[in-house]
Design a protein around this ligand. Structure first.
Ligand SMILES: N[C@@H](CCC(=O)N[C@@H](CS)C(=O)NCC(=O)O)C(=O)O
Length: 211
């Protein structure tokens, strides 16, 4: 049976949400962050090659990296769901956002969080982060003016993109950009409300919500 290793407050939220959207049966193994360093505990290092979440085990395979896990689960269990057909223009849109989520979008989100956690308040650093927010969030805002989901229909790209956006929206994540990075992006805010209204998001959130 598929095993999902979940670390509290982490990208493994994505995999639980995807598994619920696909109606998969799985075993959930929860790992708690070190309360002082906020890093992975030894139990996760025993499974994950770089001690990171998410990681899954399936059919004797150990698969880390959220985007790779999403692709693997859709290939194996998706039956054509949650992504457009390969070779279509919609698929290219989907692919673009699937990867942008963990690269172009996640970069300023992480930089903002790390500055908040470490107390860095450097003007050049902050100006880079703000500039990247304006570029990527401004672009997403325009895309979402014309569609309900990031690649058209709801897809696994939404599950990937939602995580960094929800980090920006979370009171638990510090950052010099403040708690209102999304304040001027009405379409992104409406998009997050749509995602948070999905029955399988609500079910998944109840599973991974910190106790
Ligand atoms: N790009 C990787 C990032 C994995 C990652 O950095 N996971 C974080 C949680 S969101 C983690 O395990 N942090 C704990 C640590 O590194 O000690 C992915 O998408 O899976």
């Amino acid at each position: 049976m598929l095993t999902i290793h979940h670390l509290g407050l982490s990208r493994s939220d994505r995999i639980i949400w995807l598994a619920e959207e696909l109606g998969l049966e799985y075993r959930l193994v929860k790992h708690d962050r070190d309360p002082e360093t906020f890093r992975s505990p030894p139990s996760l290092w025993e499974v994950s090659p770089m001690g990171k979440a998410p990681v899954i085990e399936d059919d004797g395979l150990v698969i880390p990296e959220s985007g790779a896990i999403v692709e693997y689960l859709l290939d194996k269990y998706g039956e054509g769901r949650l992504r457009p057909a390969a070779g279509t223009p919609e698929y290219i849109e989907y692919l673009h956002w699937l990867h942008a989520a963990e690269s172009t979008l996640m970069t300023p989100v992480l930089m903002n969080m790390i500055a908040g956690m470490s107390g860095v308040d450097n003007p050049a650093y902050n100006s880079f982060v703000h500039g990247e927010f304006e570029t990527v969030l401004g672009y997403m805002e325009g895309v979402l003016a014309n569609r309900e989901y990031i690649a058209g229909e709801f897809s696994a790209a939404d599950i990937m993109v939602a995580f960094p956006l929800m980090m920006l929206d979370s009171p638990l994540i510090p950052g010099p950009a403040g708690g209102d990075v999304l304040g001027s992006y009405a379409n992104i805010q409406a998009y997050l409300l749509r995602l948070r209204d999905r029955p399988m998001w609500l079910k998944a959130e109840a599973i991974f919500r910190p106790e």
